[in-house]
Design a binder for this molecule. Structure first.
Ligand code: PMP
Length: 429
């Protein structure tokens, strides 16, 4: 049943109200729903999510089903495999090897080992263990509003979880490369150098610098491309590894290339991946440069009950094939350019819009009141878009960046609908 929106207050239909109450009763207090008026979807189809009342929403937020909801190639691959065999990595199987072969070939140097997990958090947790083992260090450097996941170890270096979640004393923060402290090509490596020195002064050797290659939770920071390369050199000189967290930016999201770090001409020591990897099937993992995992592999056996199971590998293979065979990277680049061009045109007419940034189909739009970040207006826009049938969200340390992340298969029509709806919401202020 549809929800009524009365003077900025949502009146939930009784069915939705019952679900909200059941969640609180059954799932407890840690879960959160999106939007002032929660959504109850019953079906996904390409770029669309369909609610219980049959209303269609353009999904410009979910970076998991990035080939579109219920993509037929992935559905077929999963269905076939689950009807044939679902086991684990303690038996020989071709699918994991084919996937490893395909993914390792996408690394700039064509080298690496693939290790599979079920979530991005687990992938980063494993990267952290490997980095400590390979370097002997125990310190980590992250950006000030980074998000890398929910395990105990990873939450400690995910400052975007908020001040209630403690950061470890082995964690050093650097400002997001947003130009605030000068050209990121100079300021970002300099900040990493200072953070490494600070850790060392406290007797902590750095094990890794880990960054989301598109700095999504820091506010989507793509440019200038290239600044990650000198930062990687700095952390290596300090004895640590450079880890590219591609959970958001991987699998063609940035257009023109498979991985976000490729925009920076850098070869990471470890690349972690997840979210869009199975287009909805839980599959994640990392690729590590071979010499870095030798010691870890000798000392710690690695087994993950569900990680690398044939069903998840079949899903990931279908994703990799679809990206390669359907010209998606090119579509992402073209649609991303179209979106940013239209958004910049909108920014000329609406003072609330500040900088428009991003790469491919990961796009950030700053919302400002004069020169100040405007989190209240940002929330109004996100909820206004939702009420008009377009799903986006927000990010950034001041919660004032629109986070726009449509499926890689969007067409001109969808981009125009998205930006047109944003124009309507801005005009309705
Ligand atoms: N890294 C980044 C950059 C992410 O955005 C996320 C999820 N939002 C994660 C890691 C964690 O992934 P997961 O939720 O699959 O554990």
């Amino acid at each position: 049943m549809a929800n009524a929106f009365v003077a900025g207050r949502t009146v939930l239909a009784s069915e939705e109200q019952a679900l909200v109450e059941a969640r609180a009763r059954l799932l407890g207090p840690a879960y959160r729903l999106m939007y002032n008026s929660p959504l109850h979807f019953v079906k996904g189809e390409g770029v669309w999510l369909i609610d219980a009342a049959g209303r269609r929403y353009l999904d410009a937020y979910n970076n998991v089903t990035s080939l579109g909801h219920c993509h037929p190639a992935v559905v077929e691959a999963i269905t076939k495999q689950v009807a044939t065999l679902a086991t684990n990595t303690r038996y020989l199987h071709e699918a994991i090897l084919e996937l490893a072969d395909r993914l390792i070939a996408t690394m700039p140097n064509g080298a690496g080992h693939l290790m599979l997990t079920c979530s991005g958090s687990e992938a980063n947790d494993l990267a952290w263990r490997i980095a400590r083992s390979a370097t002997g260090g125990t310190g980590v450097i992250v950006t000030e509003t980074a998000y890398h996941g929910i395990t105990d170890a990873v939450a400690k270096f995910s400052p975007s979880l908020g001040s209630a979640v403690e950061l470890g004393s082995h964690v050093a923060l650097v400002p997001a490369p947003d130009g605030r402290t000068g050209d990121p090509c100079e300021s970002f490596p300099r900040a990493v150098e200072a953070a490494a020195a600070k850790l060392q002064r406290h007797g902590v050797r750095p094990a890794m610098l880990i960054v989301d290659s598109m700095f999504t939770s820091d506010g989507i920071l793509a440019d200038p491309s290239g600044f990650l390369s000198p930062a990687a050199e700095v952390i290596r000189r300090a004895g640590g590894l450079f880890v590219a967290d591609e959970v958001q930016s991987g699998f063609a999201r940035t257009g023109g290339q498979m991985w976000g770090f490729q925009r920076h001409s850098v070869v990471p020591d470890i690349v972690t991946m997840g979210k869009p990897m199975g287009n909805g099937q839980p599959v994640a993992g990392l690729i590590v440069q071979p010499e870095l995992v030798q010691d870890f592999g000798r000392r710690a056996r690695y087994f993950n009950t569900f990680g690398g199971n044939p069903v998840s590998c079949a899903a990931a293979l279908a994703v990799v094939d679809t990206i390669a065979q359907t010209g998606l990277m090119e579509n992402v680049a073209r649609m991303g350019e179209r979106m940013r061009k239209q958004l910049r045109a909108l920014a000329v007419r609406h003072q609330a819009l500040g900088s428009v940034r991003g790469a491919g189909l990961l796009c950030g739009v700053e919302i400002v009141d004069g020169t100040e970040p405007d989190a209240i207006e940002t929330a109004r826009i996100v909820n206004g878009m939702r009420n008009r049938g377009v799903l986006i969200s927000s990010c950034g340390r001041n919660h004032n960046i629109l986070k726009i992340r449509p499926p890689l298969v969007v067409t001109e029509e969808h981009v125009d609908l998205l930006v047109g709806t944003l124009g309507e919401v801005l005009a309705a202020r």
